[in-house]
Design a protein around this ligand. Structure first.
Ligand SMILES: N[C@@H](CCC(=O)N[C@@H](CS)C(=O)NCC(=O)O)C(=O)O
Ligand SMILES: *[C@@H]1O[C@H](CO)[C@@H](O)[C@H](O)[C@H]1NC(C)=O
Ligand SMILES: *[C@@H]1O[C@H](CO)[C@@H](O)[C@H](O)[C@H]1NC(C)=O
Ligand SMILES: *[C@@H]1O[C@H](CO)[C@@H](O)[C@H](O)[C@H]1NC(C)=O
Length: 284
């Protein structure tokens, strides 16, 4: 009998909690909550009050993220762009790739692959820049730029498809050309033009497909900037400083897209090496 009463009152409490929505239909204005929370919560069907509360709390809390990386590294910059699009603070931990720190035992114990970036959110450690990016964009989806869709399975499918196209079609030739044309000259090596000549047509084939897509769509996955576009930024930035930029510039829709994505303030900040070193520094 006692446990029956407890059960009934517990159920009632839950029902009351679900229906209790003090802000619903009331005058909550954008000035009461961070703008991103206001817009986000007003699109949602769940309790707006709960949503504001949660969103507001997480907006003000320093997440204590740690990012092991190198500010010139393309893969580090991919994650930095996500952090800046989301306006999240983090502690940068420099792994000096030119000094070979990534292959030293102290770093191999953090990432046995000997690569940056590595991301830490308390007890969670992640490697692979795209996985890290997806994690941040999903967990912090109510903050800043919405980079991934989380409502429509079809949109998620399309976005995921373009993210994999970046990884499996665009990135392989783009990385080879970045290495040959941008990185080699930086470290005093000549590009291997045989490799360059073999690789450029592979990238052109991909860009021809992008050109067709971008004739009809502002960005790759939709008419909005998404993670799929963001993933392309690090290689594109390097390539636009090399003769390979003609492959992008000769395709009008690709060219428009490159201009739009490279103009994003978050990307500019990700490339700002002083912004990386200007932050509080940690050893490991
Ligand atoms: N697929 C990895 C690649 C990571 C990667 O290649 N990182 C480069 C810097 S951009 C690196 O650490 N290179 C050091 C080395 O190869 O020794 C990711 O996306 O995070
Ligand atoms: C690469 O292609 C360019 C332009 O077609 C040509 O001039 C050059 O000789 C080629 N280099 C090599 C090493 O194949
Ligand atoms: C783009 O639109 C044109 C004309 O509407 C159409 O013929 C073409 O198939 C579309 N291309 C893609 C990649 O959707
Ligand atoms: C798409 O972008 C427009 C402006 O660029 C913005 O107003 C809108 O909220 C975006 N939509 C989504 C779902 O992010």
């Amino acid at each position: 009998m006692g446990s029956f009463i407890v059960l009934v009152s517990f159920t009632l409490m839950i029902l009351m909690a679900i229906s209790y929505e003090p802000y619903s239909g009331m005058g909550v204005t954008a000035s009461d909550v961070p703008t991103s929370c206001y817009h986000y919560c007003n699109q949602k069907l769940e309790s707006r009050h709960q949503c504001y509360k949660h969103c507001d709390e997480s907006a003000h809390k320093d997440p204590g993220y740690k990012l092991y990386g190198y500010p010139y590294s393309a893969n580090t910059r991919r994650v930095l762009t996500v952090l800046y699009e989301k306006d999240l603070s983090f502690d940068p931990i420099t792994v000096d790739l030119r000094a070979g720190e990534q292959k030293k035992p102290s770093f191999l114990s953090i990432n046995p692959f000997g690569l940056v970036p590595v991301f830490e959110d308390k007890d969670l450690k992640l490697v692979e820049s795209r996985a890290i990016s997806q994690y941040i964009a999903t967990v912090r989806r109510s903050r800043g730029t919405q980079l991934v869709n989380h409502k429509s399975y079809k949109k998620i499918g399309t976005e995921t498809m373009w993210m994999y196209i970046e990884s499996f079609e665009f990135d392989p030739p783009a990385t080879i050309l970045t290495q040959q044309l941008a990185i080699n000259p930086l470290v005093g090596l000549k590009p291997d033009y045989k490799v360059v000549n073999e690789t450029e047509p592979k990238l052109e084939k991909v860009l021809d497909i992008y050109e067709e897509r971008l004739k009809n769509s502002s960005f790759l996955a939709s008419n909005n900037f998404t993670m799929a576009d963001l993933f392309h930024l690090p290689n594109i930035q390097y390539l636009m400083g090399t003769p390979a930029k003609r492959l992008f510039e000769s395709r009008p829709s690709v060219n428009r897209w490159v201009a739009a994505i490279t103009a994003r303030p978050a990307w500019k900040k990700a490339c700002d090496v002083k912004a990386w070193y200007g932050k509080k520094k940690n050893g490991y």
